[in-house]
Design a binder for this molecule. Structure first.
Ligand SMILES: [Zn+2]
Ligand SMILES: [Zn+2]
Length: 383
């Protein structure tokens, strides 16, 4: 592939950008140095327009060539509050912060595609490059959309990509339908009545009530949800009491709910309140519920997934697949896919520690494949 060959010439540059980002990781909405570096490189590439500060620290750049359609390509820039345990010359210099999800690699691959597209301009129309902040739990994608991203830079389709540890190095995987789950979180405080441990009839025991809530919530999965639908309800913490002989007054529970289908999400939320409120009422306890709606499910659009898979095959031949199982993790690219048709692809990170692990590292050898995939999406779409 000519694109691969041209981008392969950027390999040493891309590797050095990737190592720079890895060495200087920044947390959500604090990607100040990162976005500065992104802008500096984009200026060197002679892109046509750069705007900073969209959705906090987000950066948008445009490469234009005559009139035609507009394609959006997105990378995420933020790191995680993890202390790195690698022993490489480019390890994090920002103690307790680490690129443990490979966003350093994602940003670099989009920069590689930008450099190629700005110099070659073998397309008709516009490429909008979106470097977003705060993917890790703080909805940077939504912040950019709320800040007018698509009013200022309307795009016809949008594509994004994430590395996947232990998927064959450089393998491109893209497929229609749900790819990542919606993730809602909850906190429950049960307010009962404390008493002597030997005098339970004087109490309203929040531990017994909480235990019933844990059990009853699972019945939403087994009895309210269609068995063909995917649904997880996990109570992940349960804290109450601190003595052998005292029934405490309160108990605190929290957890997470994962699903692919918005209708299932609505049903679970309704049943969640009913189950918690009514179980508490049965015991005479009072609940305080905080239900936090998280990222929606990442659901790839059909036509765009097929297009992206064909591009993957063109770039990568047999090292591409449309048979990669969906996952229950979540990703804020979902907000873009709710607004604009598109697809989210995986790129294999080869044998590596898992995402968010202190020993994780992005696989440099896939940089050119990833950048070629993004650039080819633009060239094939903007004809
Ligand atoms: Zn992550
Ligand atoms: Zn990530």
């Amino acid at each position: 592939m000519p694109i691969q060959n041209r981008i392969a010439k950027f390999y040493d540059d891309m590797k050095s950008w990737r190592h720079y980002f890895h060495e200087h990781p920044e947390l959500a909405y604090k990607e100040i140095n990162t976005s500065k570096k992104v802008v500096e490189l984009l200026k060197n590439f002679n892109v046509d327009n750069i705007e900073t500060g969209i959705g906090g620290t987000g950066v948008v750049a445009v490469i234009e060539n005559g009139s035609g359609k507009t394609l959006g390509l997105r990378a995420d820039m933020d790191a995680l509050p993890i202390r790195e345990e690698n022993n490489k010359p480019y390890c994090s210099k920002n103690a307790g912060v680490m690129h443990a999800c490979g966003h350093d690699g994602h940003t670099t691959m989009l920069l590689g595609a930008a450099k190629y597209l700005a110099e070659s301009r073998k397309f008709k129309g516009k490429v909008v490059l979106i470097f977003q902040p705060a993917e890790e739990g703080f909805a940077g994608a939504k912040a950019m959309i709320d800040d007018g991203l698509f009013q200022k830079y309307p795009v016809d389709e949008i594509y994004g990509m994430h590395n996947m540890p232990n998927l064959q190095s450089g393998m491109l995987a893209v497929e229609e339908g749900p790819r990542l789950a919606a993730a809602d979180n909850f906190d429950i405080e049960i307010i009962g009545k404390g008493a002597h441990g030997a005098m339970p009839s004087n109490s309203i025991d929040p531990i017994v009530c909480g235990s019933a809530i844990v059990q009853n919530l699972q019945h939403i999965v087994s009895r309210n949800s269609n068995p063909k639908e995917t649904l997880v309800i996990t109570v992940a913490s349960f804290h109450s009491g601190n003595a052998n002989n005292v029934i405490p007054k309160t108990a605190k529970l929290n957890g997470t709910i994962r699903y692919y289908n918005d209708e299932i999400g609505k049903m679970v939320r309704k049943r969640f309140y009913e189950v918690v409120n009514n179980t508490c009422q049965t015991f005479g306890a009072k609940p305080k519920i905080s239900f936090k709606k998280g990222y929606p499910a990442t659901v790839n659009h059909k036509k765009q997934s097929l297009f992206a898979f064909n591009v993957a095959k063109k770039v990568n031949g047999k090292n591409s697949t449309n048979k990669q199982a969906p996952m229950m993790g979540s990703e804020d690219f979902s907000y873009f896919l709710k607004q604009v048709p598109g697809a989210f692809a995986w790129i294999g990170n080869g044998k590596s520690a898992s995402l968010h692990n202190p020993k994780y590292d992005f696989d440099d050898s896939i940089l050119c494949t990833g950048a070629s995939f993004l650039a080819t999406l633009a060239e094939e779409y903007l004809i």
